[in-house]
Design a protein around this ligand. Structure first.
Ligand code: NAD
Length: 564
């Protein structure tokens, strides 16, 4: 019993560590890398707080050196999914009834553990398992996930504090119930922070969760689960079910009458499949499920002839090629004015030539490997296509090699047709396509930007001319859920640029914002009347003082009934 109105600590974005040569933080991260790759670990399922081994395991390997086995991953199927549903439902009542301040404290503790003693472990797991550089791991698995935990706690407080007015004699409340049933969180490989946020955001609001991590990021998923356990998350609140074949878990989870919500991030195709499956199962559910899904992007940079070329080149190098272009927000189509393209090409290619490629354990590498064989095959097929297409040519890069790891050189395609394949489709790799437009066709180019891709996730305008900035902002209103002016279209920060897009990029529920948390509650209005009426009558029912008029009115009305 607190007998107090608690306030959550003010959230502050976690400062990013530099890992500069000679620093203590660099040595400590390097030590964690050595420890984590010394012996493969076992990654079981976690159901009701118990580690559950299954009959089949597969190897989790480092993408930059596929002969290094990091872990043996236990594969779940329908039986484990049924058990997890039972565990989630069994844990629900107590978890939902727990005081919200206690739920907040668990996630604030998770944030502080991750900022402190768990930071190196989770960053090292992300570097090794997902082939991220120290910087890319730091901004993802440390800073962004810490921010998700801390800011979500504050948003929960704001939601709960949002209460209705009360007329004299009454006291009204909105109770923010968790959804009735369990939430199914399905996470992508490319961000450890998203992997951590998708199951925990609904859990914070009192839901219990089945979590299907991606098997190519299972190494960091394991440490996230252990971190939450260490922070005091009760058994059964989040149940982790790894599976190479998502349908092995998804089919059973989505067939359950208790399925109440999907929290998804991944490709558009998978989201479409899951949404259709939910539609087909609709009759079976006890409640209409909440569906939140953030999917792919075909994110753009459009430059006006007045753009600052150096800033533009830097934005392209970082925005298109950091983490090998495997960000949903990566700039993958670039609309550049003819006059600038001539002068900036050399600068861009010089910068790209400086980028070293190799394993993330060598901190001098800017580019690491792409996630797995399937991604490698898909990305290189776009390079091969451009190499032989009339409508496009490769103007930089184009080499690839998977003998040791899945390495693809940063590649720039120049499309002569603005609707060329690689201007429209999500490649999800280190490949950017440039379309060079005549300087006097800026307006028409904005139309092209808007109409070329089915996605609407992120985009950027580079210009000094304010009219051009305003024009782009207006014409591209629906083309991006996150719009940047003179900045790369990646790197959204929790609490500063809530993230998500519409069109084919998802439901735009803005991860890391109050809007997202509101999707995980089902509010109940409660009205209490302080001094209730003790007779049904209303004053207007009393007869007029002129008795004759009252009788006439009565007989004209026929039966004298009063409707409600
Ligand atoms: P993916 O669609 O291949 O897989 C996502 C998850 O869905 C994985 O865990 C996978 O195992 C699971 N899955 C697949 N089929 C399933 C089924 N039938 N039932 C249950 N689970 C199933 O995506 P990915 O390759 O892991 O991630 C890359 C994609 O994610 C890209 O398209 C990228 O743009 C997108 N993404 C979007 C955002 C965003 O915020 N919009 C952020 C990160 C990634």
């Amino acid at each position: 019993m607190h007998n107090a109105v608690y306030h959550t600590p003010d959230p502050i974005n976690e400062p990013i560590r530099d890992y500069a040569p000679g620093s203590e933080e660099r040595a400590s991260l390097q030590h964690a890398l050595d420890v984590l790759k010394s012996d493969p670990i076992d990654i079981p399922a976690f159901i009701g707080g118990e580690a559950v081994a299954t009959e089949t395991t597969t190897d989790v390997v480092a993408p930059h050196n596929h002969s290094v086995v990091l872990a043996h991953l236990h594969q779940c199927g329908p039986a484990e999914t049924e058990q997890a549903i039972e565990a989630a439902l069994a844990a629900k009542t107590e978890w939902a009834r727990m005081d919200w301040t206690d739920r907040a404290a668990i996630f604030l503790r998770a944030a502080d553990l991750l900022a402190g003693p768990w930071r190196d472990r989770v960053n090292a797991a992300t570097m090794l398992g997902q082939s991220k550089s120290a910087h890319q791991a730091e901004i993802d698995s440390a800073c962004e996930l810490i921010d998700f935990f801390r800011f979500n706690v504050r948003y929960m407080e704001q939601i709960y504090a949002d209460q209705p007015n009360s007329a004299p004699g009454t006291w009204n409340h909105l109770q923010y119930r968790p959804l009735e049933g369990f939430v199914f969180a399905v996470t992508p490989f490319n961000f450890t922070s998203i992997q951590g946020n998708l199951p925990t955001a609904p859990a914070l609001m009192g839901n219990t969760v089945l979590w299907k991590p991606s098997s190519t990021s299972a190494f960091s998923a394991y440490y996230i689960y252990k971190l939450l356990e260490e922070a005091g998350l009760p058994p059964g609140v989040i149940n982790m079910l790894p599976a190479d074949d998502g349908a092995q878990v998804g089919n059973t989870a989505l067939a359950s009458e208790h399925f109440a919500g999907l929290h998804f991030t991944g490709s558009e195709g998978t989201f479409q499949h899951l949404w259709k499956q939910i539609g087909q199962n609709l009759d079976a559910y006890r409640t209409f499920p909440t569906i939140v899904g953030e999917t792919g992007g075909k994110d753009f940079i459009v430059a006006h002839p007045t753009a600052d070329v150096e800033a533009l080149v830097t934005a392209i190098v970082r925005g298109s090629f950091e983490y090998q272009g495997q960000k949903c927000s990566a700039a993958s189509r670039l609309y550049l004015p003819q006059s600038q393209w001539k002068s900036m090409q050399g600068q861009l290619f010089d910068r790209l030539a400086e980028l070293k490629m190799g394993p993330p354990e060598d901190f001098t590498n800017f580019i690491n490997a792409v996630i797995d064989q399937a991604a490698y095959d898909k990305i290189t097929s776009y390079i091969d296509h451009a190499a032989s297409a009339d409508a496009a040519e490769i103007v930089y890069g184009g080499d690839y090699d998977d003998s040791l790891g899945y390495f693809i050189q940063p590649t720039v395609i120049q499309a002569h047709d603005p609707k060329y394949k690689s201007m429209q489709e999500e490649i999800f790799g280190p490949v950017a396509t440039v379309y060079v437009y005549p300087d006097d066709a800026f307006d028409e180019t904005l139309d092209l930007v808007d109409e070329t891709s089915p996605y609407g996730l992120t985009g950027a305008i580079f210009a000094r001319d304010r009219d051009a900035i305003n024009k782009a902002q207006e014409r591209l209103e629906q083309a991006a859920g996150n719009f940047y002016i003179n900045d790369k279209p990646t790197g959204a920060v929790v609490g500063q640029q809530p993230f998500g897009g519409a069109r084919r990029s998802g439901t735009n529920d803005k991860a890391g914002s109050r809007l997202n948390l509101e999707r995980w509650v089902s509010p109940r209005s409660i009205k209490e009347t302080l001094n209730p009426a003790t007779h049904y009558g209303y004053p207007f029912l009393a007869p007029d003082e002129d008795a004759e008029r009252s009788e006439t009115t009565y007989s004209k009305a026929g039966n004298g009934s009063v409707t409600n």
